[in-house]
Structures are given as C-alpha cells and as structure tokens.
Design a protein around this ligand. Structure first.
Ligand SMILES: Nc1ncnc2c1ncn2[C@@H]1O[C@H](COP(=O)(O)OP(=O)(O)O)[C@@H](O)[C@H]1O
Ligand SMILES: [Mg+2]
Length: 303
C-alpha cells in the first residue's frame, strides 16, 4: 500500500476540515476528487506531515505520518496548489535548490534539475527568470521541482488550476506519462472529474471532509443506478412517498421534470403501478442511465 489512513480528523480552530477519513491507496494513479473546500489540500498536507491530525493514524509508503515525516518527504514529490517559486530566480537554480531541500547533494541536484526541466518541456527556457513564465510554464516548473529528487509517490494538488484548455491538456498528458512510463505512483487532486478520468484508474471522492465514494473508475461507471425522468399530473404526494419508501431518490427540476433514481434490482413497473394506485397521470417517461458525472454530482450534492 502506498497510503493507508485510519479515521483522520483535523480542524482549523472551529472549522472541521477532515471528519474521520479512512483510506487505502495502492499502485498506479489515483484521483482525489471533490469540490472546493472538501478537504483535499488539508489531507495532502497531513500526509506530508505539514499538519498533524487531531485524531487518527496513517502511513505513507510504510512510514508513520506522525513520527516519520522526514522519510516521507524524501520519497514523496509534492506539487502544491499555490505558486511556490521564488521571484528573481531562474528555473534551474530554483529546481536544484528544491532538490537540495529534499536531501540531495548539490551537484547531483543541479544535474537532475537540468534533466527534469528538459523532461517537462522547459529545457530551452531553463535559464530564464521564473517571473517571466506563463501560467502553463509555471505549472510545468512546479511539476519539475516535485520530480527532481526521483520520488516514488507524487502528490499533485490541483495541477490544472488557472490553466486554459490547452495548458490543462498538456499538463495532464505529462502527468499521465509520469504515472505510466516512469512508474511513479500519483495522487492527483482536482475538482474536475474529466481531469481525473484522463490520468487515473482509481478515484476517491471526498466531500465536506468525508470520503463519500471510492473505487476503480470503470467500476464506478457501472454503478447500477437507473435514472427515470417523468412528467406527471395530479396530486403526487402519496406517489412520491411510496417510491421513496421503496428506496428511490426523487428530485424535481425547476421546469417540473421529476427525476427518479432507482436502486439496483428495482422493477420499473413499480413506478407505473404506484402512479395508477395514487391516480397520478404519467405524461412523459424517459429512461436514462446515470453517468459518472451524475454520480459525482449526487454524492457531493450539486447539480
Ligand atoms: N488555513 C486555514 N484556516 C482555516 N480554515 C481553513 C484553512 N485551510 C482550509 N480551511 C478550511 O478547511 C476546509 C477544507 O479546505 P481545503 O483542504 O483547502 O479544501 P480543498 O483543497 O478540497 O478545496 C474548508 O472549509 C476551508 O475553508
Ligand atoms: Mg485545495
């Protein structure tokens, strides 16, 4: 296992950011998906030992996150959410310095800095001052400094933030290559499902400090919830209650489209039987499979 967490709690003063997170992550690339404020960055900072959990235990690459942060940081590369460069410095100097901070000898850090900057496509501009870099170049530089000490595991916190569609595509391709060709384990945090779908095989969905779903993307896509969209006429109270008691989840859109999410093994005839019993007239009935996008929207409660 590369990451194992048990019942992690963390609060910033009175704000509860993580509420009992348990998790285990193995090989490959894993997405950490959740809306803004879900607790993704907090969780990553805890795994790096920058923040100490109020409660709970965990190991990263086998090392205890309370007592062995040094070993963890030597083996983990971290691409933070916010810009981390130092004004007035060129990319090679900066990247080499980050290598030294991770415990590499100076000469080796400098050699690796050149290599890794070529690797992320900044070879030609590696002596330029970072201040003159575009947003896309800065993201690449952030990736380079995360890779300089040859980590076994990479934490990438919202690497596509503030990028245009082309920049986003480019950095995701690069991350995918890092994860596959170079066999580094990756934890990619994002609030955008399609980012994660492009790079990851597994996903962990987090919302309001709690893990709400986890699994392989292909399995989650298969989740056997069915969605029916109806337009109905009549007094629908009893009809709705019957369906809810049968395990369905109901939503009504502003233009009075009734959405019914039915659980696995639900027989759709029950909808018609219940409508007839309660004198509800069905004017329109469409059956659509729920997508992963729907699943995400539902577990995080947005539409
Ligand atoms: N330094 C901080 N001080 C106080 N509250 C914070 C701080 N950082 C994050 N929070 C709060 O903790 C929760 C989780 O935030 P965060 O981990 O940054 O989520 P995410 O990275 O998923 O957007 C949010 O409610 C956020 O407002
Ligand atoms: Mg964040």
């Amino acid at each position: 296992m590369s990451i194992e967490l048990q019942n992690i709690h963390f609060s910033y003063g009175r704000i509860k950011a993580l509420n009992g997170v348990s998790l285990s992550v193995g090989e490959g690339a894993t997405g950490l998906l959740g809306p803004n404020g879900a607790g993704k960055s907090t969780l990553i900072r805890i795994m790096l030992g920058f923040l100490v959990p109020d409660e709970g235990e965990g190991r990263v690459l086998g090392y205890d996150l309370r007592t062995e942060q040094k070993q963890i940081r030597r083996l983990v590369g971290y691409m933070p959410e916010e810009d981390c460069y130092i004004p007035g410095m060129d990319a090679v100097t900066f990247t080499a310095m980050m290598g030294e901070l991770s415990g590499m000898p100076r000469q080796e850090a400098m050699k690796r800095a050149h290599e890794v900057l070529f690797y992320v496509g900044l070879g030609e501009v590696r002596y330029r001052q970072i201040d003159t870099y575009s947003a896309g170049m800065r993201q690449r530089l952030k990736l380079a400094q995360a890779l300089v000490h040859d980590p076994k595991l990479l934490f990438l916190d919202e690497p596509t933030a503030n990028l245009d569609p082309t920049g986003r595509q480019e950095i995701l391709e690069l991350i995918r290559e890092v994860a596959s060709v170079r066999e580094i384990r990756v934890l990619l945090s994002s609030h955008i499902l399609s980012d994660i779908e492009l790079v990851c095989h597994q996903v962990v969905i987090i919302n309001r400090g709690e893990i709400v779903a986890t699994g392989r993307l292909e399995d989650l896509r298969m989740i056997n919830y069915q969605l029916f969209e109806l337009r109905v006429r009549g007094e629908t109270g009893a009809f709705r209650r019957e369906l809810e008691e049968a395990g369905c989840r109901l939503e009504e859109t502003e233009d009075h489209l009734l959405k019914i999410y039915t659980p696995p093994d639900f027989d759709r005839r029950q909808i018609f039987l219940s409508a007839a019993r309660n004198r509800v007239q069905i004017r329109h009935f469409v059956c659509s499979r729920t997508s992963l996008e729907d699943l995400f929207a539902r577990v995080v409660g947005v539409d």
